[in-house]
Design a protein around this ligand. Structure first.
Ligand code: IMP
Length: 187
């Protein structure tokens, strides 16, 4: 799994029961993983390819972010460092600040998983629609979770348990698609 993001690792491993997953630490990959592109797909491919080249193993990477409609899709692919730092608190505060006085607060999370399986490249995508709160609520999850309420709920992902988030989240949807693919090809 080509990520150093503790939140992603926690969520993805909790959904991959029965599949052996190695972290970057397990394979001794210590370099920065590059994310130079402007689409989730290209960044996910770049991350998966660099780790696959290093390890020679089947590899997957998640590239994801939150897209706020009133901000023309920002932070999008630069969600991880929107404030100019990689600090979750500063990133979400920038979004709250930019939405001050804005009533149209719809947003969506998107995750693209790129899987390199037996030298072939596959993509699995998930989207989760919702809205941005006026202030931070809850301290669970990671990233923008305390300011995002998924459609159909009244709590933020910072308040909802991981089991619910996994059922409806962008990453949960993408991971389930990858698991379905792996269940077919590994037999
Ligand atoms: P990247 O895929 O490494 O570019 O980082 C994705 C960034 O998007 C994270 O660092 C978070 O800021 C944000 N993000 C993606 N998925 C989630 C999520 O499920 N909850 C909260 N923030 C997320």
């Amino acid at each position: 799994m080509a990520t150093n993001n503790a939140g992603k690792i926690r969520e993805i491993t909790s959904m991959l029961d029965g599949i052996e997953v190695l972290s970057l630490k397990d394979i001794g990959f210590t370099a920065e993983i590059p994310e130079p592109f402007f689409t989730f797909e290209e960044n996910a491919l770049e991350k998966a390819s660099s780790v696959h080249q290093f390890s020679g193993k089947n590899t997957f990477a998640d590239d994801s972010g939150i897209c706020v409609n009133a901000l023309n899709g920002a932070p999008g692919v630069i969600s991880a460092h929107y404030s100019g730092t990689r600090d979750d608190e500063q990133n979400l505060q920038r979004v709250l600040q930019e939405l001050q006085g804005v009533t149209e607060r719809s947003a969506f999370y998107k995750a693209v998983i790129c899987l390199i399986w037996n030298e072939e490249v596959y993509y699995f995508e998930g989207v989760c629609h919702g809205r941005i709160t006026e202030e931070k609520i809850g301290d669970g999850g990671f990233g923008y979770d305390p300011i995002f309420i998924p459609d159909g709920y009244s709590e933020t992902f910072g308040e909802l348990p991981l089991s619910i988030k996994n059922q409806i989240s962008h990453r949960g949807i993408a991971v389930r698609k990858m698991v379905a693919f792996l269940s077919e090809v590994k037999d």
